[in-house]
Design a protein around this ligand. Sequence first.
Ligand SMILES: Cc1cc2nc3c(=O)[nH]c(=O)nc-3n(C[C@H](O)[C@H](O)[C@H](O)COP(=O)(O)O)c2cc1C
Length: 427
Amino acid sequence: MSTTTMPSARPPSRLARLIPEPPVTCIEDLRRLAERRVPRMFYDYADSGSYTEGTYRANSQDFAQIKLRQRVAVNMEGRSLASTMVGQPVAMPVALAPTGLTGMQHADGEILAARAARRAGVPFTLSTMSICSIEDVAAEAGPGFWFQLYVMRDRDFIGRLIDRAERAGCSALVLTLDLQILGQRHKDIKNGLSTPPKPTIRNLVNLATKPRWCLAMLGTERRTFGNIVGHAKGVTDLSSLSAWTAEQFDPSLDWDDVRRIRDRWGGKLILKGILDVEDAERAAESGADALIVSNHGGRQLDGALSSIAALPEIAAAVGDRIEILFDGGIRSGQDVIKALALGAKGTFIGRAFLYGLGANGEAGVTQCLDIIRKELDTTMAMCGLRDVREVDGRIVARSPYRAEPRPAAPRPAAELRAVPMAEAARR
Ligand SMILES: Cc1cc2nc3c(=O)[nH]c(=O)nc-3n(C[C@H](O)[C@H](O)[C@H](O)COP(=O)(O)O)c2cc1C
């Protein structure tokens, strides 16, 4: 899919409003709708990567290089996508990735996405930097979701956050390791990203074209970082919040901190942001239950390998010691099955579900999960498999572009029959 930002969508003309929208058939349709409906600064916040966005683009584009083997005349009845991720049953091996500011793609976005995920039987992961708080999501969407932790300098706050996640019934902790310092996204600076948006002329003009978003946002109180305001020391309002976040991501985070968090958190622990085999070895030794091969959706080290390019080597090195999960660039069920084939036990989607949320709220996240489920199911069947747990490297086609010696042309059958046995033996 194209990852370049399209020019600002104009509001539809009166005639266009009379013509019904064509049905949504793929994630790209949801992206286009989200681009029309979400204020520019929040749409750009999702649809962007750091610096040149080279790694962001590679995450999606590298999937296209992997080709699948088409198998035929295999009984395709009774297929199953059910699997497990960190020992928990999932309806398909696809979880919603933690994404900050999700409640700005749509009012109460984290609650809506968590509900859609629960209905679809897949895990939802709440970001530390969410708009809806851990307690709000647990109350409105039910317990059992996963919580993602950023390590901050204020270790008391981190300890309390872990305790809050435990009390709210979170069933896994996703510890993000690849954001000790922040990669720069040019668009966020140019757009003056803030939450809620500052009432500048540019923002007000843009907001005037997003009536649906504005109306929904007026109907909620949740418009700032719900896990932080009122919980971190000295953070009571927006100005103290921005000062706090700017200096809180902890650059000193190391493997000793991982061990300390492992000891404090009683449940399943997933380490997120592993892209190198040496780090994967450390992760396997750390006592964590799983690692996520991830480059933060191309938002941190620009120039890093795409996640899918990094996956096979990591899976081969440590896949027998720690569960391998994966994210980065997934925009279809075909992408999911390719990640499974290259060694992942399960996958996460970030932007794909954010586009659904921005396009149509809770129903849009459901649309996104339905699209991915159907594509995954159909692709698995066409590869000749009926159980997603059987997917492995055998479904990947060898590169067809190799020079092979030309085989001898087949001889007509009649001519072959006419050759006497003794002569045929001499040939
Ligand atoms: C808008 C946005 C916000 C994100 N915020 C977080 C976050 O708060 N914590 C985190 O660990 N990862 C965060 N990520 C990274 C995602 O968890 C995930 O690694 C990435 O989105 C996967 O790539 P994909 O969007 O191509 O599926 C964010 C990604 C996006 C797009």
